[in-house]
Design a binder for this molecule. Structure first.
Ligand SMILES: [Fe+2]
Ligand SMILES: [Fe+2]
Length: 172
């Protein structure tokens, strides 16, 4: 299925990706997919047209996406990525803690959809939380890690991420 989305995906438009940057690429591939979902569940989203007929379908789509894909992405970031990048600097450790707190917040927002009130606004909040979260990782955390490590250290991180079998959620 091809989604039409606009804006904000430009953060992934990097050219000449270095070898070591491929270590973060499978995570970024997930992020591209998460940003598309954020567009789809947004209020008055054109991206949902012809795909999700009504609010109820949008809610089911968001919950399904969280349970089947996003929860796994968060788990991998917290249990594979975080242990490998912890301790580089105090600033990065704080960003990793912020990352975890945002995961929890997004999970709570998704769970709040069980209560059937104010669903459109809740979906919109989840959409914004997802966009902000991906930007935290792509624009602040990942660049900070890249600039804090030497080429050799980045290569070692890449190898460890691969060893640990990081698999992106987006398999199609
Ligand atoms: Fe992420
Ligand atoms: Fe994350």
């Amino acid at each position: 299925m091809i989604f039409f989305v606009s804006g904000r995906l430009d953060i992934f438009a990097e050219k000449n990706i270095m070898e070591h940057e491929k270590s973060l690429l499978s995570i970024s591939h997930d992020h591209f997919h998460i940003m598309m979902v954020a567009q789809i569940i947004k209020k008055d989203s054109a991206a949902a047209n012809g795909f999700l007929k009504n609010l109820d379908e949008k809610v089911k789509y968001a919950v399904h996406f969280f349970d089947q894909e996003l929860a796994n992405h968060f788990y991998l970031e917290e249990h594979i990525f975080q242990p490998l990048t912890k301790g580089i600097s105090e600033e990065i450790d704080e960003l990793l803690e912020k990352m975890k707190a945002e995961h929890k917040n997004i999970e709570l927002l998704v769970r709040s959809l069980k209560n059937k009130t104010d669903l459109e606004n809740k979906l919109n909040l989840i959409s914004s939380a997802l966009e902000n979260h991906i930007q935290l990782e792509e624009r602040i955390l990942f660049p900070k890690i890249k600039e804090s490590l030497s080429e050799e250290e980045l290569e070692a991180l890449a190898a460890k991420l691969n060893d640990k079998g990081y698999e992106n959620i987006y398999k199609n």
